[in-house]
Structure formats: C-alpha cells, structure tokens
Write a protein that binds this ligand. Structure first.
Ligand code: ZN
Length: 218
C-alpha cells in the first residue's frame, strides 16, 4: 500500500468524516508492507499485512465475490476513457475490474492504482498498486480522486458510492453499465460525456458546492 494513500482512507465504521492514522511496522520505500491503520474516533484498528490494507469490519465473514468482467482490451479501455494515460494520480478499480490492475499500470506507469475489493486474493505485492479489502463501498474521502472505474451491472448503490469519490474534473468510467446506472451517475452530479453499448464515461464538471447552491436556487 502506497504510504500517502492513508490521507484518502476513511474509517469504514465511522464513515467518510473520519480519517485514519497509520502506524508503520515495515516500510519498503514509500510503500507500507506491514502496520496498522487506526481510527482516532472509534479506536478501531485495521491491519496492513503483506501490503494489503484490511479494512473489513468482520474479518471472519465470508466475502461476497462478484464475478470479474472479461473483455477484450479491458485495461486499454479503462485507461483511455479515464484520460489518465499520461497522468500521475490515483485511479480506483472496483472488485470486478481488479484483475486488470497490472495491465492498467503497464499502460499508465505513473498511476497509483487503488484496488478495493471484498475478497482477498493471492496477488503479489506490486509497486503502483494499493490493495484495500473492505465490504464498505468505499472507505475513502469524497471528491478527491482523478479517476474511478467500476463495473456496476445494475448496482446503483455502487454507482452512487463511486461517483462520490470523483473530484472536480475527474472521471468515472463504467463498464457493464445499465441505463439505470447512467441515471444514477447524473443524479450524483456527474455528466455522462460518452456512452456506447454498456460502456460509459462521466465527468464531474462543476464542484459539489456549486451544485448544491444551484439546486437550492431552483
Ligand atoms: Zn472509526
């Protein structure tokens, strides 16, 4: 896990208002191999083991595995639609896209790819990929990410949770998206700028504060 990711993570129990503090036990360069993430509010501790931040609230409960999305040149589509091929910054992938994280990184090596999934897998620790386990979508502060890519497949709650992460000028890439998913994107204040078949990309054009003000006036 990338050291600076700590600034984005929030306590899954307390919600987006509570950030976490990091206690490092083993650091390799700027990556945390082993340590603890602690919530100053509820005092819950979350382990970082083998570079993976485990923010699951019930570590013993069997995780719900969602089937990965298969598709030709999936990583290429994600990178192109996010507009982040040449950029530094965070790009978050959800559970169903997690398997293409290494391919995404190969296409856009300056990125830090954040993978949030419920189920642990046996992926090796890799520079440029921060893995977070969580049954809460998503334990990160709002409006801070440049890119988020998800495969909702009709899961509108997932769309709303992912849209909240996208900062001004940032993009939400949707693979396997339904018409309802795109409605949810617009409801969350993002604008769909391109859509074809089950793939779409949306952008947060105005900042959320402005959206609230305009909404009140109307
Ligand atoms: Zn907490």
């Amino acid at each position: 896990m990338f050291f600076e990711l700590t600034d984005l993570l929030t306590c899954p129990r307390c919600g987006p208002a509570s950030g976490l503090v990091l206690l490092v036990q083993e650091l390799e360069g700027r990556r945390v191999h082993r340590g603890w993430l602690g919530c100053p509010n509820c005092r819950q501790d979350y382990p970082v083991e083998g570079g993976v931040a485990n923010l699951r609230l019930d570590r013993d409960a069997p995780p719900v595995a969602r089937p990965p999305v298969e598709g030709e040149e999936l990583a290429l589509r994600i990178v192109a639609l996010s507009g982040m091929a040449e950029e530094k910054g965070y790009l978050l992938l959800d559970e169903r896209l997690a398997h293409v994280a290494p391919d995404v990184l190969e296409l856009a090596p300056e990125l830090e790819v954040i993978v949030v999934r419920e189920a642990a897998d046996d992926s090796a620790e890799q520079h440029g990929i921060s893995r977070v386990l969580s049954e809460v979508r998503f334990p990160l502060g709002g409006y801070q990410l440049r890119g988020v890519a998800i495969a909702p497949g009709g899961d509108r709650e997932l769309v709303a949770a992912a849209a909240r992460l996208v900062g001004t000028g940032g993009r939400l890439v949707l693979i396997d998206a339904s018409v309802g998913d795109l409605e949810e994107v617009e409801r969350a204040g993002l604008s769909v700028i391109a859509a074809a078949a089950d793939t779409a990309v949306a952008e947060r054009i105005s900042d959320p504060v402005t959206v609230v003000k305009l909404g009140k006036r109307a």
